[in-house]
Design a protein around this ligand. Structure first.
Ligand SMILES: [Zn+2]
Ligand SMILES: [Zn+2]
Length: 153
């Protein structure tokens, strides 16, 4: 199985030039940035893009983050904090931002290459890209961290 690559980032092979090499590079097109395996503290391995900071989680892994956080943190006030976070997130998101997001082309799943669909993760107001084929989830930079903060993972 090949290494999963970032659905957002491409690195065009420039540099080492010379007309021949440039032609070869153009033929192959831009190369997707490879994701790096990263150990997550809830005991799973995720794929992280070193360029944009986005992360790909296989089916069930984001649920593991969610469960890990819920198991670790049971003190009162967590629910209220979550609600407050959601409210501030909602306020921060203006309608014209949402339009811009929707105009982005859909991502290709780093795992299986299928088209991903943007949707809200659970009721967190965090928009993630999910693959309906392998059920993997793509999170842009900061989105995984937002969910971790909410879940206390
Ligand atoms: Zn990337
Ligand atoms: Zn997939």
């Amino acid at each position: 199985m090949s290494v999963a690559s970032c659905p957002r980032c491409t690195s065009t092979p420039t540099a080492a030039a010379g007309p021949y090499r440039r032609a070869a590079g153009a033929e192959r097109g831009p190369v997707r940035t490879a994701l790096r395996r990263e150990q997550h503290r809830v005991g799973i391995e995720i794929d992280r893009c070193p360029t944009c900071g986005g992360a790909f989680l296989d089916a069930g892994e984001l649920e593991a983050v969610e469960r890990g956080g819920k198991a670790a943190r049971r003190q009162p006030g967590a629910e209220a904090a979550l609600e407050m976070f959601q409210r501030s997130h909602q306020l921060a998101k203006r309608p014209d931002d949402a339009v811009e997001v929707n105009e982005e082309p859909p991502l290709d799943c780093p795992r299986c290459g299928e088209t991903m669909f943007e949707r809200e993760w659970s009721t967190t107001l965090v928009m993630v890209d999910v693959c309906l084929d392998c059920r993997g989830v793509w999170l842009d930079a900061g989105e995984l961290e937002s969910l971790e903060r909410m879940y206390g993972a």
